[in-house]
Design a protein around this ligand. Sequence first.
Ligand SMILES: NC(=O)c1ccc[n+]([C@@H]2O[C@H](COP(=O)([O-])OP(=O)(O)OC[C@H]3O[C@@H](n4cnc5c(N)ncnc54)[C@H](OP(=O)(O)O)[C@@H]3O)[C@@H](O)[C@H]2O)c1
Length: 343
Amino acid sequence: MREAPWPAGIRAIVYGVGEMGSLATRLLVERSVEIVGAVGRSPEKVGRDLGEVTGLGRAIGVPIEADADTVLGRGADIAVVCVGSYLKTMHPHFEVCLANKVNVVTIEEETIFPWSTSPDLSASLDGLAKANGVTLAASGAQDVFWVNLVTTLLGASHRVDSVTGYCCWNVDDYGPEVAGHLLVGQSKKYFDQFVSEHGWPEFVARQTVEAMVSQLGLTPKATRSDVEPVVAKEAVRCQSLGREIAPGEIIGTVDRTRLSTIEGPEFEFRMEGRVYRANEGDQNHWQVSGEPALQLSNEGVPYRFTTCSTVVNRIPDVISAEPGLFSLDRLGPAQYRHCASLA
Ligand SMILES: NC(=O)c1ccc[n+]([C@@H]2O[C@H](COP(=O)([O-])OP(=O)(O)OC[C@H]3O[C@@H](n4cnc5c(N)ncnc54)[C@H](OP(=O)(O)O)[C@@H]3O)[C@@H](O)[C@H]2O)c1
């Protein structure tokens, strides 16, 4: 069996100190990664110690700084970037890392497979990464549960007609950035007006399906995406916004992408992100039609934790990958790497 121990001596920068950046910090510290810098934004965090802000309960000698270029300029093997969701807003953050010759692993969703939704920005970041000899790649809940588990399952298929997936996760497991993306707390009227004026950013379902299809070596023929708001039937408290959502207001969305291929197999993925009521848990269900019919279900997947554990497990893959923007279809399956400091 191939051994995959956790490499010693990794030097990392935590870029974005919100819910996910804080949990990632704990996992990095427990894996004896040397944290050499932290980039934050709000005055409540900048100037304070990363360990204290992220709830480690002790200072670790790493101040949170606002000037990303200064922090990145001091050098590191990798920046763990947990800030936002779209290349349109995230590319300056990636650029500053890549220009300083620091590899990037991020939970920004679009970079899972950004080639069709943001071709120009993807090409430009790919070029910048190559010019500086470093790699940009994304991971998160998509990686193991929505792409690699499913493509592994298809390794048992003789013929695939269609692949249909559904997942559900809790907005309150994440920070206000996520609730804001989904327009949680807005009225249905506002939601409809927003979508008709701005469109709806395809930031997860489409990239997930496109990464899967690319990994399978199939050719997209037609892609259709839509979004439905999920409206509160009764009042529900949104922890991440710190307020109650009234009946009739938005508690989340269902993003759906359907993709047909020139070769024949069809793909559909529905991603529901919303504020949970008591006793609800995360879900992941996939059905394969063909010979044989196959199913995959994970009840109670802890997406909040596995977003961070997977992104941390990806660090050695990203450091050792060829330079460039490495979409998830090219990264291979994620691996558990045993770390002596956790024993
Ligand atoms: N791929 C996945 O599976 C996955 C899973 C979860 C989340 N995500 C995505 O990851 C992102 C972060 O999620 P989260 O739950 O951690 O959200 P969050 O708690 O709201 O954190 C976002 C963080 O980004 C920081 N930030 C914003 N602009 C910045 C800037 N210019 N420079 C430095 N820091 C900046 C914020 O800083 P302040 O706190 O100082 O304002 C905040 O700490 C979201 O876009 C979310 O959609 C992806």
